[in-house]
Design a binder for this molecule. Structure first.
Ligand code: GLU
Length: 334
């Protein structure tokens, strides 16, 4: 008899255990945040967001009754960058993405590269770090300004990246096309530094947060590269013609041997989503970042200057998602 009871109760335990496994599997929802190249700041940004969300989920589990909330699991793979991410969100493949403020603007308004492909359902969540647009040139190429790029080998970035798009906007403002250079390459952000260090290219254009490990590598490898100034009336015209651009400076000493400030224009990195992503998910993602803010800021040195009150407005041209608004109102930020 005792034997029967024991085996009965272990069978019951196995049954209950398998039931709760099924319910976890059923209630967990997986979602994706599109980032950028593995050596950039977007990759760190997406993964920091996932980390904050998973951290919040663990602490919430102690306080809530089992089974009352859905579990979300997040991944933030490396991607081709801003425009690729927005395209994947539009296609419903990604739920979030990191994107430059200029490409957020163009996608939601159907301008520039997004002409005829307007994504009216694009929604903003918050902005993150500043991304000065930088042209890094190897020392021996003796490039001092944009004009100095004439006849040089220049990486303009992979299609789909924000850097490629912004480089093209800059070229338009300067009144040049690819024939201005000796040749152009379409290397990704993680390939371009090695190419510069190996002397295969003379310069590359990149919009990225700072300080950044890959740029330090460009400054210290055989190329002894540094960022050039991008100033003058054409650049001033870009800045005064659009809210998504601003003057930007990479202060001297940010990188090894960088003796002078690099003055340029820049954009903001922003986190975007779609109107079709649930209010609950956007609320939880927003809350996880904002309520673990000190920890979030420690995830990358480029986050050092972040302030919540600026993050909910700067660089955002798409409407805020209702899930983000719900959190900002609840937290008294709006
Ligand atoms: N701003 C770059 C882009 O949109 C990515 C920068 C990064 O990966 O940190 O392509």
């Amino acid at each position: 008899m005792r034997k029967t009871i024991t085996s009965l109760s272990s069978a019951l335990l196995i049954f209950i255990a398998s039931l709760s496994f099924t319910s976890i599997a059923k209630s967990a929802e997986f979602f994706t945040i599109g980032t950028g190249g593995p050596t950039g700041v977007y990759f760190q940004t997406g993964n920091a967001i996932c980390k904050m969300l998973h951290k919040s989920a663990i602490s919430a589990e102690h306080g809530r009754k089992k089974g009352t909330a859905k579990a979300y699991r997040c991944t933030a793979p490396s991607t081709g960058g801003s425009n690729y991410n927005i395209g994947q969100i539009k296609a419903g493949e990604f739920q979030f993405g990191v994107a430059q403020s200029d490409w957020q603007y163009h996608a939601v308004n159907g301008s520039s590269k997004w002409e005829g492909k307007k994504f009216g359902d694009l929604r903003a969540v918050f902005s993150v770090h500043n991304e000065p647009f930088q042209i890094w040139a190897r020392k021996k190429a003796k490039i001092k300004d944009f004009a100095g790029l004439k006849g040089k080998v220049v990486n303009i970035g992979n299609p789909g990246s924000g850097q490629r798009g912004t480089m093209e906007e800059l070229m338009k403002a300067m009144g040049v096309d690819n024939s201005f250079f000796k040749s152009t390459t379409e290397l990704t952000s993680s390939e371009q530094v090695k190419a510069l260090c190996d002397g295969k290219i003379d310069a590359f254009g990149y919009s990225v947060g700072f300080p950044n490990g890959a740029m330090e590598q460009a400054a210290t490898c055989a190329a002894k590269a540094s960022p050039i100034n991008l100033t003058g009336s054409e650049v001033q015209g870009l800045i005064s013609g659009a809210d998504y651009y601003a003057k930007a400076v990479i202060p001297k000493g940010t990188y090894t041997n960088q003796k002078k400030d690099a003055t340029t224009f820049g954009v903001k990195a922003t986190v975007v989503t779609s109107a079709s992503v649930s209010e609950e998910l956007v609320y939880l993602v927003t809350k996880a970042v904002m309520e673990n803010f000190d920890d979030f800021k420690k995830q990358h040195p480029a986050f050092g200057f972040l302030e919540k009150k600026n993050m909910i407005k700067d660089g955002l041209s798409a409407p805020l998602h209702p899930g983000a608004i719900k959190y900002y109102k609840e937290a008294g930020l709006m």
